[in-house]
Design a protein around this ligand. Structure first.
Ligand code: MN
Length: 190
């Protein structure tokens, strides 16, 4: 299997070219320095998860599209079997395991992840594009989600929907991994 960071490098470049953007323009759109973008595209630097989110936001793409082997955003068959056991991976410097079960599809305007938060995991997320809504349902263990300045504690079987175009976060203060479904809805995204 390909190294995920090599895929990210290829995909960042692919999306930048698809937009017809120079490195200068991509830097202006994402807030990531031109030097850093160039290093990421050449595979010389592993982006942090915070940098990846800036790229996703500036490019107006989904996180899952950066992880795909081929950044294809259409022509997915509706009936699609996916196995999280084969897809779990760490992204950049993040210790969360992410399984991109159903990558972003404009037909439904969402991406569908299984996430596993190790004990002690604690991360604030930059606001996503305007209008983005997230859903979290806990399958195993328990975790907390920050929304509107409140940490919402979620146990197995509990869910939260929240506005993700503002600061939010995820943490696991327990001694056991927490596994959850995370759906990111991008209403109105091209
Ligand atoms: Mn988020």
């Amino acid at each position: 299997m390909d190294n995920p960071s090599e895929q990210i490098a290829r995909n960042v470049k692919w999306f930048r070219h698809k937009n017809g953007w120079s490195l200068d323009r991509a830097s202006a759109e994402t807030g990531v320095s031109k030097a850093m973008l160039g290093q990421i595209e050449r595979g010389e630097s592993s982006p942090t998860i915070a940098t990846l989110w800036k790229i996703v936001k500036g490019f107006n793409i989904s996180l899952s599209s950066l992880l795909e082997k081929i950044p294809k955003e259409h022509d997915q068959p509706v009936t699609l079997f996916r196995d999280a056991n084969e897809l779990r991976q760490k992204i950049a410097d993040d210790t969360m395991l992410v399984s991109s079960l159903f990558p972003y599809d404009p037909m439904v305007a969402f991406e569908y992840f299984e996430i596993t938060l190790p004990p002690g995991y604690d991360r604030l997320s930059i606001p996503h594009k305007r209008g983005v809504i997230e859903y979290v349902t806990v399958f195993e263990g328990e975790m907390e989600v920050l929304s509107e300045d409140v940490w919402h504690r979620l146990k197995k079987g509990q869910s939260l929907r929240f506005q993700a175009d503002r600061p939010h976060g995820y943490r696991n203060l327990s001694d056991h991994p927490a596994v959850a479904l995370n759906v990111i809805n991008h209403p109105g995204r091209k």
